[in-house]
Design a protein around this ligand. Structure first.
Ligand SMILES: [Zn+2]
Ligand SMILES: [Zn+2]
Length: 220
């Protein structure tokens, strides 16, 4: 079956996130997605929490984290440990040995802490998937990511990088999975049975995200 899953979503567990897990899950359902991965900054969502949330929210909620390494951002799908203090390559190596999945988000976008061509090349031994459609990134950076993935025969994924529920599902990944249970879906993603899809988040939603973030900061 083909499942639409947004593999890059932030909630208010991230310092710059504006919406709760319930709000992003409801938005995903409204937009016809079957699932989403919670990839908050440096705060993993564990597999057990993801399974509980999936059952409570009636949607596949996948465990993940977006790590801020000294070299830039890296998403780990289904993280099995804390990665604090590790270098980019050590994170990828540890995740790979744990059986987790490495996704390189917005790799060619220097404004969003993309790791760039050289570091992305160094992660090829860890079987990364490349985010070639990030709804929050300029199209030229997505194009460069696609060129990199194509040249190195690496699987491609899409994600919204939403920090507000309105942006969830603007980009997503079509996953070809034998079933919709979490283990099957993660295996299918790791095997590269993925097609990125979607568009850039609108200027209106981007502006709303910035305003909501400012209001949240002033209330703290
Ligand atoms: Zn990022
Ligand atoms: Zn992100």
């Amino acid at each position: 079956m083909l499942l639409k899953i947004d593999l890059h979503v932030h909630t208010d567990r991230s310092p710059d996130g504006c919406s709760s897990i319930i709000e992003v899950a409801e938005a995903a359902k409204r937009k016809g997605l079957q699932g989403l991965a919670i990839t908050d900054h440096d705060l993993p969502l564990t597999e057990s929490d993801a399974l509980r949330l999936s059952s409570e929210l009636g949607l596949l909620v996948m465990p993940g984290v977006e790590l801020s390494t000294p070299a830039g951002h890296l998403i780990i799908l289904n993280p099995k440990r804390e990665f604090g203090g590790l270098s980019l390559r050590d994170v990828a190596k540890a995740a790979c040995s744990d059986g987790s999945t490495v996704i390189i988000p917005h790799p060619m976008d220097p404004l969003s802490h993309g790791i760039g061509f050289s570091e992305a090349s160094s992660l090829i031994p860890y079987s990364p998937l490349i985010e070639t459609i990030n709804a929050s990134t300029l199209s030229r950076y997505n194009s460069r990511a696609k060129e990199f993935a194509s040249r190195n025969s690496l699987p491609m994924v899409g994600g919204s990088d939403a920090h507000l529920a309105d942006a969830v599902g603007d980009a997503f990944t079509v996953v070809d999975s034998p079933s919709c249970d979490m283990t099957s879906v993660i295996c299918s993603i790791s095997a590269g049975k993925t097609i990125p899809s979607g568009k850039r988040t609108s200027a209106v939603t981007a502006a709303k995200t910035v305003c909501t973030r400012l209001i949240r900061r002033m209330r703290r």
